[in-house]
Design a binder for this molecule. Structure first.
Ligand code: GRF
Length: 239
């Protein structure tokens, strides 16, 4: 695999140092971005610590919320953590370039030599220029089922052939309940400029039980996500 330097925001190639005689082990360095509880971050940490993700390390955890419990999880495991407030982007800002928040984040990703950005409950939307710079080095966990065929499209076909709407954006757990669905799920996908529409890496259906509240269903989805995110990272680290 090869890549061209991309101006001031350069990305090294995954595994560019081919392991060989005397070569230091090259690990896939993750930058995990969070805004909240960080249970998916915890799943990644646990997988790394139990050697279920050999060849992977967390280079940096970033949160745009100072009180995010996920920050403490990172500190508990002596990982570098940065709180970086997301400042309001001025109305009329030029959409063709990264905004000030993204420029800061890009600098930190480069400084910490991040290979793969994992959005694990990060509640901000990145601009097209930021996402395009990263190419396939940014993935997201979405608590709904996105179409298998590339992530785009309006419907997801369940294992039994039933079609359900592809739920995107915020509050999709609530939306699944409000739509009367019997099945929803979670998806790990590449991030593309179009929100929640990038190619699917892995996903799993989750049943909605009678009496489910948003909180109960969210927790059921998260317990599935904790496996999915580790599986997605494992796949990408072995490319
Ligand atoms: C997850 O449900 C994920 O699907 C969504 O945000 C939630 C993050 O949860 N994008 P946590 O902070 O990892 O516990």
């Amino acid at each position: 695999m090869s890549s061209q330097p991309q101006g001031p925001f350069e990305w090294k190639v995954l595994h560019e140092n081919t392991p060989g005689k005397g070569a230091p082990e090259q690990k896939l360095r993750l930058g995990v971005l969070i805004s909240g509880s960080g249970s998916n971050l915890q799943a990644i940490i646990d997988a790394i610590e139990s050697n279920a993700l050999p060849g992977v390390e967390i280079a940096l955890v970033m949160s745009n919320v100072a009180s995010a419990p996920g920050m403490q999880r990172a500190l508990n495991h002596k990982l570098p953590v940065i709180y970086l407030p997301w400042r309001k982007v001025p109305v009329g800002a030029y959409l063709g370039e990264m905004n000030a928040n993204e420029v800061q984040i890009a600098g930190l990703l480069q400084l910490f030599k991040v290979d793969l950005v994992v959005l694990a409950g990060f509640m901000r939307i990145f601009s097209a220029p930021f996402v395009e710079r990263l190419g396939k080095r940014i993935i997201n966990i979405h608590p709904a089922l996105l179409p298998r065929e590339g992530g785009a499209g309006e419907a997801y076909t369940l294992g039994d052939g039933t079609q359900i709407p592809a739920l995107r954006g915020l509050h999709v757990v609530r939306a699944a309940l409000d739509s009367g669905l019997k099945t929803t799920g979670s998806t790990v996908h590449y991030v593309t400029p179009e929100v929640d529409a990038g190619p699917v890496i892995c996903q799993q259906e989750v049943s909605i039980e009678p009496g489910d509240t948003e909180e109960i269903l969210q927790e059921r989805l998260k317990s599935v996500e904790h496996h999915l995110i580790v599986e997605a990272i494992r796949q990408l680290s072995s490319l």
